[in-house]
Design a protein around this ligand. Structure first.
Ligand code: ZN
Length: 169
């Protein structure tokens, strides 16, 4: 019998639980699709009142919808200010893709700011431990231009987030 080992595992990390690579990935490699339920922005706003943890885990899917990843990989996809991965939308689904080489047993991190458009007001205190930790996670428009430019060059920002910027690249 052969079994296919999943690309990731959920494990205790620095801040709660996170996604850890089961094998190495090369820069640009697709790690996994992120499954979940696509819900309206209005639904997520309701969760901020009743179930803020669930709301906080939601990942922007397009201009006015979010992916609720409850029970799937996306629920444990943590932020890092110096990420090794990005979440992008490809062929109608969100996917986690390596931004640089990832070794087996590394935590897989993406920058939440790449999924926060200019119309997203959510912010988060950050203690990710990266040398370049920004201290607060804010939407893409509020990041230093040098960081935005680097993410755009790396292809780490979904089109529907770029479309929210006043000064569209
Ligand atoms: Zn940080």
């Amino acid at each position: 019998m052969t079994t296919t080992r999943p690309p990731l595992r959920v494990e205790r990390v620095r801040n709660g639980r996170g996604l850890v690579a089961n094998r190495s990935f090369h820069a640009g490699e697709r790690i996994t699709p992120l499954h979940g339920r696509v819900v309206s922005a209005r639904t997520v706003w309701g969760w901020w009142e009743r179930d803020p943890r669930r709301a906080a885990n939601c990942i922007r899917f397009d201009a006015d919808r979010y992916l609720d990843p409850s029970g799937a990989w996306g629920e444990f996809a943590n932020h890092g200010c110096e990420p090794n991965a990005a979440i992008l939308r490809e062929r109608g689904q969100l996917v986690l893709r390596a931004l640089r080489a990832i070794r087996a047993d590394d935590e897989v991190l993406h920058d939440y700011s790449t999924l926060l458009g200019a119309d997203d007001v959510w912010t988060m205190r950050c203690r990710c431990g990266a040398h370049g930790c920004r201290g607060t996670v804010r939407n893409l428009e509020r990041l230093p231009a040098s960081i935005v430019d680097r993410y755009i060059t790396l292809g780490a920002v979904p089109r529907f987030i770029l479309d929210t910027l006043a000064d569209r690249p």
